[in-house]
Design a protein around this ligand. Sequence first.
Ligand code: UDP
Ligand code: MG
Length: 326
Amino acid sequence: MLLSIIVPVLNEEESLRELHQQIEAVCAREQISFELLFIDDGSTDKSWEIIQSLSQAESNVAGIRFRRNFGKAAALTAGMRAAEGEIILMMDADLQDDPEEIPKFLAKLREGYDVVNGWKQRRLDPWHKVYPSRVFNGMIGSLTGLKLHDHNCGLKMFHRDVAAEIRIYGELHRFIPVLAAARGFRVTEMPVNHRPRQHGHSKYGFNRFLRGFLDTLTVCFLTGYGQRPQHMLGAIGLFFFGLGILGFGYLSILWGLMNIFHAIPVEPIGTRPLLAYSLAATVLGAQAMSLGLLAELLIAYTGRERDNYSVSERTDLPTEKPRLNS
Ligand code: UDP
Ligand code: MG
């Protein structure tokens, strides 16, 4: 069984040769056949030259070079598309992830899991990364229901099927386990040895946490309502629209009591704050519902059918009748 190791690279010239040596040493010792794919995500240092020379010297090393920096998720996507192995491992290029973990991850996968996510139990990063990261992991856990200690760990191993089914764009590479779990894949985690960065510097600053929060909302929406957006937007819309109608109803009754039945003293309703609130609520409600319908339209006409289910196994299917194309 072939293992495809995917390594996104942004200005990591000092680490690449050493990383290759370490991977080679572990895989030779454990008799793991592997291919190593470096994706150069717009490096401006000597990274690409090193990748080129490694892939000339080794038949199982290859490289892909982006024209400019497209981000880690894009690099991983390119790697997954090029990968030929049954099993895919992604790891960072900066030597923070330890190749010694590879056999343990493979053993865990053989226990019957589809995704094994690393967990930097003893984390060797500065505090301003460690603490926000704990909050982030707790938040993803409670919002998505998949409780892992370290969603953003660079070390993740999964079956080819997972890579084929999930789409990671933007910065959604942090959500591979969540997206996989939402499709019914079995996800687990594994404590890993974490090492401090030796060369170069981290490519992410503090704003990753703000973006991470927004992405968490996106992923919650995608996994919960991606196939039925009107159930969320429509519910919000109906709620506000209903509130507005109640307000209008109340004001209409008042108006009737004053002007038709003369049951109470006349007082203008045009200046009541409730009128403005009711108007705002009906407009907001109608807007949320029409947004929901637009979203449904997108899914109905552009959504691909294979996205709304995930098959784990099948027996031989009878072939007499022509099948519907998906
Ligand atoms: N990386 C990348 N493109 C980017 C940012 C990062 O390919 O736009 C790579 C980077 O070279 C490294 C991995 O993604 O191999 C993780 O980045 P980094 O070590 O900076 O993240 P941290 O460990 O600080 O979370
Ligand atoms: Mg790092």
